[in-house]
Design a protein around this ligand. Sequence first.
Ligand SMILES: NC(=O)c1ccc[n+]([C@@H]2O[C@H](COP(=O)([O-])OP(=O)(O)OC[C@H]3O[C@@H](n4cnc5c(N)ncnc54)[C@H](OP(=O)(O)O)[C@@H]3O)[C@@H](O)[C@H]2O)c1
Length: 268
Amino acid sequence: MKLEDEVAIITGGGTGIGKAISLAFADEGAAVVAAARNVARLEEVANQIKSKGGKARAIQTDISDHQQVKRMVAETVKEFGKLDILINNAAAYSYNNADVPDMNLDNWYDTLTVNVSGTMLCAREAMKVMIPRKSGVIVNVSSVAGISGHPTESPYCVSKWAIIGFTEVLAIEAGKHNIRVNTISPGATRTKEFEEMITALANKRGITEEDMWRKLKASNSLNRIAEPEEIARAVVFMASDDSSAMTGHNMIVSCGFHLIHPQEIHRL
Ligand SMILES: NC(=O)c1ccc[n+]([C@@H]2O[C@H](COP(=O)([O-])OP(=O)(O)OC[C@H]3O[C@@H](n4cnc5c(N)ncnc54)[C@H](OP(=O)(O)O)[C@@H]3O)[C@@H](O)[C@H]2O)c1
């Protein structure tokens, strides 16, 4: 097993990609702390792990609240004795935005607060317990929207670009403490949230969902989108010693989605 006896916090660990990461980490022997706001979904994942003999804990946390983030890290260390891995996966996303002049400003501020400040707060508190042990791994989840401009999505896009920059800064600062920091950038990935977005986009464009899916898949060089479990396997690699010489890296896992010019995607 690649993560035996490691202790990992996975933010947003109760749904979608985060849930797949939580389950994959448990399968690799890690004790998993799933953290987000909806505690019922976290408990479901924790119970699923425990029913297979693994170690898990659900900790209700709003990552944009500094005190809640401090409590998340403190409770993790109290229960499992240490923190080896932080997966900064939680994010706010609104696919119903607009060009900048008409953009919803509340959405701009909320998205940057959760995605950028929340990511920073979790990394900051995790590093405080990793530094004395001279050991740790942080993986920040960005997106293909963090490597190119996506029209009408500036809040999300800007937040995901910021995560890649933050990773580079942190990787330099944390290297002297033997802490590795990397980014993973998924492309279109089949989560409930993503499927709902496709339905909404199909309705907005007046085409069938089937047509929307067909066009989307055709925009990926592998002619399909990724499954959450495929992203999770890449995160296991980045959290484990298999990537022991990697830091400050942004790994794209997108079925080739990132190769298409983003404006093409928005013309779908
Ligand atoms: N699916 C895709 O196609 C895709 C593509 C590229 C990148 N990504 C990235 O992958 C990550 C996971 O996304 P997903 O597709 O799996 O969507 P998702 O299921 O909606 O996951 C987002 C998670 O973030 C949590 N969250 C949101 N705001 C939070 C807050 N303030 N505090 C704590 N937790 C919060 C949510 O839980 P609560 O609501 O319970 O708090 C939820 O579990 C995100 O970073 C996303 O940007 C996804």
